[in-house]
Design a protein around this ligand. Sequence first.
Ligand code: PFF
Length: 445
Amino acid sequence: MNKFSKIGFVLAMAGSAVGLGNAWKFPTMVGNNGGSAFIVLYLVLTFGIAFVAFLAELSIGKLGETDPVHSLYKLAPKHKKQWSLAGFFMIGAVLIASFYMVVIGWIVKYIYISFSSLPSDTTQSGAIFESLLFSEALNSILCFTLVFIIVFYVVSKGIKSGIERLNVWMMPTLFILLLVMFFYSLSMGDGFLKAVSFLFVPDFSKITPEIVLQALGLAFFSLSMGVCVVPTYAASLPDGTNLVKSTLSIIFINILIGIMMGLVVFTFVFAYSGDTTQGGPGLIFVSLTTLFAKLGVAGNVLAVAFFTSLLFAGITSAVSMIEPFAFYLINKFGFTRKKALVMIAVFVYILGIFCVLSYYKPTSENFVFFNKPFFDVLDYLTSNIIMPLAAITFSIFVGFVLKKEGLFILFSTFMSKNLFEIWYFMLRFVVPVAVFAIMLYQILK
Ligand code: PFF
C-alpha cells in the first residue's frame, strides 16, 4: 500500500503548510498589524480554531481512507451524493497551484539574480521586480514552466516515492538554510534585537476586529486547510499514528518557520532602516534584495540561501495542491496516475499562463475579471470564498453528520474524554461561526 511513514506524513503535511505564506504573508501581516500582539492573536486562533478544524479534516481522510469525494460519500449516513460534492472543494487547490507556481517561478528568477549583482536601492530593485511582472512575460513563463515540470514530476512518482521523498530532504534542507540565515541575523546585534522586540513585545492596542479576522484567514491558508489537502494526505496515514501529536508537530513547525522567517526578514529591515510596513512581494523581492546587496558577496550567498529556502517551501506546498484531484481522478475513472496528471497539468498550465498574461502590460486588459487581474481573481476566489466555505462545510459534516462515537474511537487513544468533549463542542459551535464571520467580513469589506 502506498502510504506515508509516520515521520513522512508529518514532514509532507508540514511541507504543505510551510510555504510562500510563511515568507511573506506572515511577516507582512505581523509588520502591518503592530508586531507581536498579532503573533499572540495568531497563536490563539491557530490553537483555538484552526487546530480544531484541522483534526476534523484529518478524521475525514483517516476514516474514509480514500480521495475526499469518495470519503465523504462513504462516511455520510444519508444524502451521500450531496455531501460528496463537498469533496470538489479540492478544485480550489488546483486553482491555487496555478498562480502559486507563477510566484515560485519569480523566486527561480531571483535565485538567478542572486548569483549576479543585486540591486542596491529600492528604485532599481522595484524596477527589476516590475519589469519581471509587467514586461517580461516570456521569462515569467519559462520560470513557471520549470517549476511546473518539477512539481508534476514529483507528484507522478506518487505519495511515497514522490511526495514523501521530496519532503524528507527538502524540509530539513530548508530548515538548515534558514538556520544559517538566522545565525547570520543573530550576529547583526542591534537589528536582531529590534526585530525581536518588534515580534515579541505585545501591543494589544493594535488589535481590531478586522485584524482578528485577517489572522484567522492566515491561520487557515497557512495550514493548507479547506482545499482537501489534509484529508487527502490523511488517507495515506499509517495506522496507529498519533493524530493529535502529529497535528501539533505540523503546527509547531509551521509557526517556528514563520517566526524564523520573520526574524530574518525584520533583522535586515531594521539593520538597514528599511520599511516595516511594506507588504507582500515588496518586502521580499524589493526590500530584502537591496538589503542583501549592502553586504557584498556575503549578501549574494545569503540571497541564494534565502530564495532557495523559499523555492523549497513553495515546491513542497505546490505538490500537495495537485495530489487531491489526481487521487480523485484515479479512483473515479480508473485512470493511471500519469493520465490523471496530464489532464490536471493541461488545466494548471493554461491557467498559469493566463495569470502571467494578466500582469503582462500588453495583454493585461484582456485578463481582467470583476475589476481584478485574473491572477488576483484566483487568489481571492480560493482564499476568501472556497477555503472558508470548505472549512464551514467540513466542520459541520464532522460535528453534526458523523457519529460522535466513531470520532471518539478514532481520537480516544490520543486525548482524554474531557479534551475530546471540548474539541467536539468547539468544532460544532465555535469553528463554523468564526469562519462564517471571516467570510462575511471579506465579502462586505
Ligand atoms: N500553506 C501554504 C502557504 O502557507 O504558503 C499555502 C497552501 C498550500 C494553501 C496548500 C493551500 C494548499 F492546498
